[in-house]
Design a protein. Structure first.
Length: 403
């Protein structure tokens, strides 16, 4: 009986079949891997070029990502810090990122941070990265620069304050206008009703002070409205020695600070170009501040000397000085170093405004060089050309009105 023939694939054919299937799977896996790698690169490129600062930390605190926006904001290149631990990052980022990682709500809003570009206000958001089983996978942190928003908010608050001052000053001007006019009229009548020198001097002082009250209220209204109060056409040669003497006389009339010694060392032969009444207001504010900061027996010294085409005037006291954190904000409205209820915070902003009107410059030094405490105010005001200063050549000092 003939043998039955059965057709079975050979081992070689089996191997070829398996190899073909593996090649197909390999091709598919290679394509999937290429696609996954493309997606990974795309997502990483997206995060790297995101216009918001972003960094990521592993569960052990190792820095895994530091994108371009954060590198530009911080001034730190990502390649120099990737792989570092958070605690070893340059200041202030080590502390700042430590704060957001410890923040219970995962958010810090408009944090003031001193960077190489100056002070910035940063908002940080934290999100946890968890694995499929809920295990800790690290954190991603977004860093937004809200400095411009903060500055705009501050300007809006500033504008609202000035509007309030304007309303207040307008009301005050209206309410005190009639009484001041009456007092001025009585003072003028007193001149004609008596020949007593003492009464005549008192009448003159009353008249001068009522005029001063009216001008101060007008200045306050003008300051609140943001405009300049005088123009160069109103300027005339003015002796700062006489302005200082008159300011000291008015301060002494207040019967406060009588135990403070004042020394006016301004030369009488040097005049500036300006408005005497406005400059007197400057000196009264500055001398009053020096008096309030001084202890009994302290000295307040006013000195002046020509410097190029300007008169360099200084007011130096021996008081407690000004805290560094306050020094850069003294010319802002409502900033005061005095106790609550004793200062309005408007004196130095008015001083700054008046000095700027005169194309002058004002600076504060506290403590002055060579003193352990105290404050020195520097003023530069344009000299009267008739003082004999050279008319040719440019001044080496430029007015600083952008403080």
């Amino acid at each position: 009986m003939p043998a039955l023939s059965t057709q079975r694939p050979s081992a070689t054919e089996d191997i070829h079949f398996v190899e073909s299937r593996l090649e197909a799977y390999r091709s598919r896996l290679t394509g999937l891997a290429r696609e996954l790698d493309g997606l990974r690169r795309y997502h990483r490129r997206t995060l790297t070029r995101l216009p918001v600062g972003l960094c990521a930390f592993g569960e052990d605190g190792e820095l895994l990502m530091w994108n371009d926006a954060l590198a530009e904001l911080s001034g730190i290149e990502g390649d120099s810090v990737i792989g570092a631990h958070r605690d070893t990052l340059p200041a202030p980022w080590n502390d700042l990122l430590g704060q957001i990682l410890a923040a219970p709500q995962g958010r810090l809003y408009k944090q003031p941070v001193s960077l190489s570009r100056g002070e910035r206000y940063l908002t940080l958001h934290r999100a946890g990265l968890q694995g499929e089983q809920g295990e800790d996978g690290g954190y991603v942190i977004l860093v937004e620069d809200h400095s411009e928003m903060k500055w705009l908010e501050d300007e809006l608050v500033h504008a609202a304050r000035l509007a309030s001052i304007g309303q207040l000053a307008t009301g005050v001007a209206h309410e005190i206008g009639n009484p001041i006019t009456g007092i001025s009229s009585l003072a003028q009548n007193l001149r004609y009703d008596t020949d007593d020198p003492a009464l005549l001097e008192t009448a003159d002082q009353i008249q001068a002070l009522t005029d001063r009250v009216s001008k101060i209220v007008g200045s306050l209204v003008g300051f609140a409205h943001g405009g300049r109060h005088v123009t160069g056409a109103d300027f005339a040669p003015t002796s700062m020695a006489e302005v200082t003497d008159e300011a000291l006389h008015l301060i002494r009339l207040a019967r406060s600070g009588e135990d403070v010694r004042y020394e006016n060392r301004c030369p009488t032969d040097q005049a500036v170009i300006g408005d005497a009444q406005r400059l007197q207001q400057v000196m009264i504010n500055l001398l009053g501040n020096a008096r309030d900061a001084s202890e009994p027996g302290d000295r307040v010294i006013v000195e002046a000397m020509p410097e190029d085409r300007r008169l360099h005037l200084t007011i130096t006291d021996e008081g407690h000085g000004i805290a560094p954190q306050m020094r850069d904000h003294l010319f802002e409205p409502f900033t005061t170093t005095k106790p609550a209820g004793e200062g309005t915070g408007l004196g130095l902003p008015l001083v700054y405004s008046i000095v700027a009107e005169h194309d002058g410059q004002i600076e504060i030094e506290s403590p002055p060089a060579g003193q352990a405490s105290g404050t020195r105010i520097h003023l530069w005001l344009p000299l009267d050309p008739q003082n004999g200063e050279p008319q040719n050549g440019e001044s080496t000092h430029e007015p600083d009105t952008d403080r």
